[in-house]
Every structure is written in C-alpha cells, then in structure tokens.
Design a binder for this molecule. Structure first.
Ligand SMILES: *Cc1c(COP(=O)(O)O)cnc(C)c1O
Length: 846
C-alpha cells in the first residue's frame, strides 16, 4: 500500500541520552568526526540505513537498543563529553571575539543572504557551487566566531536527484522534504506559536511564511517556508523548488528572500535577543531586494527621504557577484517588477525610484546585478581574475573611468577544511591553524604521503564500484549481469576526476574531442588512466543532457567501462569521495568564464593535483609545482579550433607529464609525484581555506562597511542626510563642471625620468566648493591614439580662484621614459564615499 501522506515523528530519548538531540540537530556534527563516530557506534546498521543522517538515525534506532545504550556507562559518558564539547564550541570566545577584545571595531552581526545553502547532504538546499560556497562560508564563520545570520529559502524539493535512462539520458526526480525530518527548528514566539512574516504580493494579496532555523555550529540559518495553510494554494508553492519555475515564480522567490528575509531577521532578533545585523551581505544578486526593504524601514521609522535612506543602506551592504557572463545575470522584465512592487508591497517607496535602481542598457529590463551594485557601497568578485572580468563587465556603470578603476574588488573563494578534508589527512598533517598556517609536511616521509594517497584512492575505488552497480540496477540491468562491476577501476591506477554542473562553458565533453586518443590513454598498457565523470544538467537544458549522454555512451562500451565511469547524482555525499581519492582533478572551462571554481581546492586539500585551464582560482594559485596548467587558446575566436587546441594540450599533458610523474617509481614510490603532493599540501592547503576567505571578508569588507554604516547613521542619520544632500548638489552642478584650461611647466627640453613637472588647471565648479571635488593630474604612457596607459595620479592642490575659475596645481615627477602624456580630471570628494569612483562621475579635460 502506498501512503497518502507522510510525516516524521521524533524519537523520545531516554534521559541519559537526551543530549543526542542537540548533537544530532546542530550541524556541527557534519564537520566533527568524533561526533560522527558516536552516531555510527550507537547502531551501525541504522546509521547506514539512515544515510548517515543523525536525525533519521534517532528515528531508526529501536527502543530496545536505546534502552541498552542508556544503560551503557561508556556510551552515556561519551554522549555527555561530546555534548559538553559542543557547548564549549558554541560559547567560548573564538577568533572574532578575541579580535574584538583586542580593540578591533567589528560589527555586532552580519546578515548573509543566499538563494541556496549547501551545508550538508542532510539538508539538500542547494544546486551547486554557489550553495556549497555559502555553506562553507557559514561553517568557517562559525569556527571563527563571526556573528553571521544566514538567510535563505526552504525548498520542499531541494534540488533534483539525477538518474539515467538505459540510453544515458538524464532523468530527474524531486524527493519531497518534510521539514520535521530535517535538522530544523521552527521559530516560535513566547506562546509557542510559529512566528510568521508577511510579504505583499500583486493584486493586494499577502504571502505568509514561517521561519525554520538550522544551527550551523554557532551560526543560525533562517529558512523561509511558504507551504502553510494561511496562503492561497498558488502562493504556497513559492518555495516549492530551487531554480524550477518561470520568471514570475522566480521574482516571487526573490521578493520573498529579499523583503521577507529582512523581516525574518528582524523577527528572529526580536524573539531571541540576537543583536541586529550592522551589515547585510548578499551572496549573488538574487536577494538584492533586501536593500529596498531596509530603505522602506528607514522611510517608515526614521522619516528619512529616499536618497537619505539609500545613503544609509549602501554603507552597510556588501554585494558579491559570481557571474562572469552577462547572460548569467538575473534580469526581469520591467513590467513584472512593476506589478510586484505596487504600493502595498513596500508602502511609501516610490516605484520609479525602485525601477531606476535596476536600470540597464535595455530600458525594458530590470537588472538585479546593477541594483546590487547601486545599493552596495562595497562589491567584489570571487577570484582575482574574476575581479578583473567583473570590472570590465560592469564598466558601463562607471563610464569615463579606466576599467581597473571600477570599484569592484575581489575575495578569492575558499573551502571549509573540516568538511572537505579526509580525516586521515588532518590526522597526519594537523589542523591548518585558524590563521591559515600550513600543517607540517616536511618531516613526513615520501612513503607515508604516498601511502595516504593510496588509502584514499582505494576507498574511492570501492565507492565507485558500489555506485556503478547501483546506477546500472537503476537503469534496469539485473544483478546477474553486473558481475563486471566488481572489477571496474583499479586501486593502483592513476585516477582523474571531473565533476561539476554541466553548463556549456565547463565543457564536459572536451575530453571526448578525439575519442581514440582518450581510449588510448585509458587503455595504455603501462600507464593507464581511469576517469570518473559526474555532474547534473539543469532540467530544462537538453543541450547539457545531450553532453551527459555522449559521455555515458562512451563509458558504456565494454572495452573501456572498467576505466571510465559516469556516476549519476553528483552531490556533496559523492563529491567527498572524489575530492579525497582522485589523484588529479581536471577542469577545462572556457577561460575566463569560471568565476572561481572550488572543487579543485577541495581536491588540493587532500593532496590531489589540479590539471586545469588557468581560470578562476587556478589562475592565481598555480605556481608550476602544484599541478599543471592546460594552456588556453584565449585569443582564438573559432570555438571549434579553440576546443581542438585545448583538448590536444590536455591529452599531451596527460600522456607526457602526468602519467610519467605518477608511474615512474623508485622503490615503489613515485618521487616526482610525491614532491608535487607535498608542495600542494604545504602551500595550497592553507590558502584555499574558507577561514582565510571569511577573515578577508571580516577585515577588508565587513569591518569598513560597519564603520561606514555607523558614520552615516550616527546622530539621527546626520551622515546619511549630509551625503544625500551632497549627492543632490553634485547631480545639479555636475553637467556644468568644466575644466577650462590645463598647462604644464617646469620641464627642460629633454626631460629625464623623475623630473618634476608642474601641472595647473583652471576649473569651473558650477557652484560646488573646492573641497566638494578632487582634481587629479593623470600621467602615463600614451599610444598612437593618445590613450593613456600605466598611469599614475596626483591630487592637485587648490591654490585660489581667479576670474571665477578655481585653480589647482600639482608637481608630478615623470613616471616613465618614452612617450608620455597627461590629462586632468575632476571627481567627487566626500568623506563618506568609499572611493572617488564610487558615484561613477568624472569630468575629463578637453
Ligand atoms: C564544491 C562543489 C561544487 C562546486 O564545484 P566547482 O568547481 O565550482 O564546479 C559543486 N557541487 C558540489 C557537490 C561541490 O561539493
């Protein structure tokens, strides 16, 4: 019989074991091996049956077994010790608290908004890299004691599970999640009633959501859930699935996470006494409407004007962009936005002001990234290269500035070491400390390091066999046909992994460019390679599914199926084995379309060597001795030729560099390989840590933003009012600001480098005061078209006003030999601006 509905009943634990509840529901267990060991020991079979999910485990263990455990002194002591350890972890001062004690001025709390969170496979609320990164951000913040509040949506169907049809086509199914069976707790008020948050919807309707809290160590994660009876049936589905619906569904989700998310944070702080966030960090543009809700709050409660509220909100907002392609940016038809932001949604906030925040080149579209940049005083990309790409991509908002002056910085992503590193690695090397210093690798013998890699590879091979068999059973094969799956893969063979989502730019099938060459590599009698491929295609992307099918068909061939596998249903639980066990992590994106990429970092944590196009993080951290860079054919316009060239380079590297390094042995140990592994572990392991990333966010982004936010809000928002007033004066005067004359003097006929040149300018300030602007001399090389390059700038001093023109002057030492040019420009200047490029305003001479 099939059940009509299902729900989860929580176990009643004997008193001696009561702390298990907290150990199971705080997700800290997912990165704490001793707690995992405890769960496994309670009931090994039940632990496996429950998919290593402690909340399910507690429901699986029989009452008799629980009674037995409660009577076992050793178990009871371990439970108590681990519960005490967890309490200490949750309350003791950590890096952040020590920094505050040390006098650092850090925000009381930070709201961190993301459309997806991949904290653990037991809470499958993510689709890929963006979500896993957000999960790692929360976990590292917890370890460091950073007072983050995570905000997202709770999807009833999480992301889809992938299986394959017999002919290799991706099939999707969406298991329905019951929040009662997840490590979540409903936010309730003092009378025990669920706290609800409301968001206005078109046609005067209201969407109500309840708030589930996950405990990610010290960090609360608030997940909004629309599946409640109070809602109209169609609105109940707003949080049904991640990236599943049309534009209308999508804007409702984004309205909910942005506007509803801020309200949920307010309700959470009011109910729990948690300090209110001074900073709001939006992980990608999806949650950008949070800025509008904060503007509404200020209009409502502080009586500020719109521009004053914008000034206050911007100071405390950090926006991280993850998309290096314009097509990847979230945009909505203007009419859809108009319909969703009627008066009832954000009372008092003028619609035309909202629309102008999302304005872009196409007047019919509302651009979430542009709004993100306009509502955040600080913005960043996720690797150095992605910072450069982002400055170029958004340079139209800062026209008149050189691309490298566009105020978008970068913080290179990191990965949570305790989540992604095999415990054998941590045991051998020690913790990479909170400040990121390397564990010791120099006193570990070659044989030990090689043994470590062999252990992890062997474990992966077991897992591959298990999964290949299960995948074939699911595709419809019968058990007697599957004897061969016991022998797929070989624990001694060089193992290469390639697992990621399947958008075109990641080029899943590049390796199949020349199938015969790939076959030769796999079947090489002396130096064979075995290859694991995994990844999901977006359900609506048939092109991506066709790529998967190509790989599957190639791998189905009995001649190669023992050396290449496609493993369906790539997720965190599979990924872990791949990162632990693969010798080589392959990545061949179309440069520069990989914003950062984090899977290769997880491999590196475990001594895996990256074989990758120099894109994303690998562009900055490849050093010639920690893996291989696949040469990229960047300049080649013809995509077919480019793929040919890059695939060829990949085969070459595998055959002539990677293979020999792995297989050339001295007394059974590949010296060259171990050298590469050692170097990777000692240099990359500390650099790729999410703790390094989170510290960077705290020190270089959250702390200055908190200071800026305090400056604009102090004294009843005097700063915000002053800044808004300044911007109004600037806007009025700017079209008439002009550089009336420029000259330079003081140079001999043939000047040498370093010679002082005096630059003078006469400027019409159109009613602005000299201190409202900064006038700069810009000196650099010039090309034939008189374009300046390699420039240096010098601030010019105000020296008086003659004939109604303000005079500015600077002495500039000539910076370069060769053809040199200079110009003068006027920029806004105000103590509450983060940079003079911030407002996108510049007047150039001439
Ligand atoms: C790390 C991770 C990703 C992201 O990997 P990329 O290299 O950015 O493609 C995706 N999915 C899972 C399950 C991961 O663990």
């Amino acid at each position: 019989m099939r059940a009509l509905r299902r729900f989860t009943v929580r176990a009643q634990l004997p008193e001696q074991l009561a702390p298990l509840q907290k150990l199971a529901t705080n997700l800290r267990w997912s990165w704490h091996p001793p707690t995992q060991d405890l769960f496994a020991r309670l009931d090994h079979d039940a632990w496996e049956r429950a998919g290593r999910d402690p909340v399910r485990l507690l429901g699986e263990i029989s009452t008799t077994r629980l009674a037995e455990l409660a009577a076992d002194a050793e178990t009871v002591v371990t439970v108590r010790e681990l519960a005490d350890e967890l309490d200490a972890y949750l309350t003791e001062p950590r890096w952040y608290q020590l920094a505050v004690e040390d006098g650092q001025d850090l925000p009381a709390a930070v709201g961190y908004f993301s459309m997806e969170f991949g904290v653990s496979e037991v809470l499958p609320n993510y689709s890929g890299g963006l979500g896993v990164l957000a999960g790692d951000h929360l976990k590292a913040a917890s370890d460091l004691g950073v007072p983050l509040i995570g905000v997202g949506l709770l999807y009833r169907s999480g992301y889809f599970r992938q299986s394959l049809s017999l002919d290799g086509w991706q099939l999707e199914h969406y298991p329905v999640l019951d929040p009662q069976g997840l490590p979540l707790q409903l936010l309730t008020d003092e009378s025990g009633e669920p706290v609800l948050v409301e968001v206005g919807m078109p046609e005067g309707r209201t969407l109500s959501v309840r708030i589930w809290q996950a405990a990610v160590g010290r960090v609360p994660l608030l997940l909004l859930d629309s599946e409640i009876e109070a809602n109209d049936p169609d609105l109940r589905g707003v949080t049904d699935r991640l990236y599943g619906g049309d534009q209308d569904h999508r804007i409702k989700q984004e309205l909910l996470i942005g506007v509803g998310g801020v309200r949920a944070v307010r309700a959470f702080c009011a109910t729990t006494g948690h300090p209110a966030p001074a900073i709001f960090h939006t992980n990608e543009g999806h949650a950008g409407y949070l800025g509008l809700e904060r503007i509404r709050e200020l209009l409502d409660t502080e009586g500020l004007g719109f521009d004053e509220a914008v000034a206050a909100v911007r100071a405390g907002t950090v926006f991280t962009t993850h998309t290096p392609v314009p097509a990847g940016i979230d945009r909505f038809p203007i009419d859809l936005v108009r319909r969703h932001f009627s008066e009832s949604v954000l009372p008092g906030v003028a619609l035309d002001r909202i629309l102008s925040l999302g304005a872009e080149e196409d007047p019919d579209m509302f651009n979430m990234a542009h709004m993100g940049l306009r509502l955040a005083q600080r913005a960043n990309g996720v690797s150095k290269l992605h910072g450069i790409v982002s400055r170029g991509m958004f340079s139209t908002i800062w026209s008149g500035f050189d691309v490298d002056e566009v105020p978008i910085g970068s913080v290179t992503n990191g990965v949570h070491g305790h989540t992604w590193e095999a415990r054998e690695v941590t045991d051998l090397l020690g913790e990479p400390g909170p400040t990121g210093e390397a564990g010791r690798t120099d006193d570990i013998s070659d044989a030990t390091l090689w043994g470590l890699r062999a252990t992890l590879r062997a474990r992966l091979v077991e897992e591959v066999r298990r999964r290949v068999r299960a995948a074939w059973l699911e595709r419809g094969a019968s058990a007697p046909e599957l004897g061969w799956t016991d022998h797929v893969f070989d624990p001694e063979v060089l193992t290469v992994g390639f697992a990621r989502r399947v958008p075109t730019y990641k080029r899943l099938t590049l390796m199949l460019r020349d199938p015969d060459r790939l076959r030769d590599l796999l079947l090489d009698p002396h130096r064979p390679v075995q290859l694991i491929v995994a990844g999901k295609s977006h359900p609506a992307d048939d092109g991506g599914k066709a790529l998967i099918q190509q790989i599957v068909r190639f791998a189905d061939d009995p001649a190669v199926r023992h050396r290449i596998v496609f493993l369906p249903d790539y997720d965190m639980s599979m990924a872990r084995y791949l990162y632990w066990g693969c010798d080589v992590w392959l990545n061949n994106p179309l440069r520069p379309l990989e914003a950062c990429g984090t899977s290769g970092m997880k491999s590196a944590l475990n001594g895996g060597l990256n074989l990758s196009i120099r894109d994303g993080w690998w562009d900055e951290l490849y050093d010639g001795a920690n893996g291989w860079a696949i040469p990229t054919a960047d300049g080649i316009e013809d995509p077919v030729r480019r793929d040919d060239l890059e695939a060829n380079a990949l085969y070459e590297l595998l055959g002539t560099q990677v293979g020999p390094a792995f297989y050339d042995r001295t007394e059974g140990v590949p010296q060259r390989w171990v050298e590469l592994v050692r170097h990777t572990l000692s240099t990359l392991r500390p650099q790729v840590q999410a703790s390094r990333m989170v510290r960077e966010y705290v020190e270089d982004w959250y702390a200055p933003a908190a200071l800026a936010a305090r400056e604009v809000t102090a004294d009843s928002f005097a700063g915000a009012k002053a800044l808004a007033g300044y911007r109004a004066r600037l806007n009025a005067a700017w079209p008439r600001v002009q550089i009336a004359g420029v000259d330079a003097s003081g140079l001999p006929d043939t000047p040498v480098v370093g010679a002082p040149m005096t630059v003078r300018a006469a400027v019409a300030l159109a009613g602005l005061a000299p201190e409202d602007v900064v006038v700069e001399a810009v000196v650099g090389r010039v090309d034939e078209a008189d374009e300046l390059d390699s420039t240096m700038t010098a601030v010019m001093k105000h020296v008086g006003n003659v004939d109604g023109l303000d005079r500015f002057e600077a002495v500039v030492p000539l910076p370069h030999a060769g053809l040199t040019g200079y110009t003068v420009r006027v920029l806004p200047a105000h103590p509450l601006l983060a940079s003079s490029a911030e407002l996108g305003k510049v007047v150039l001479a001439g």
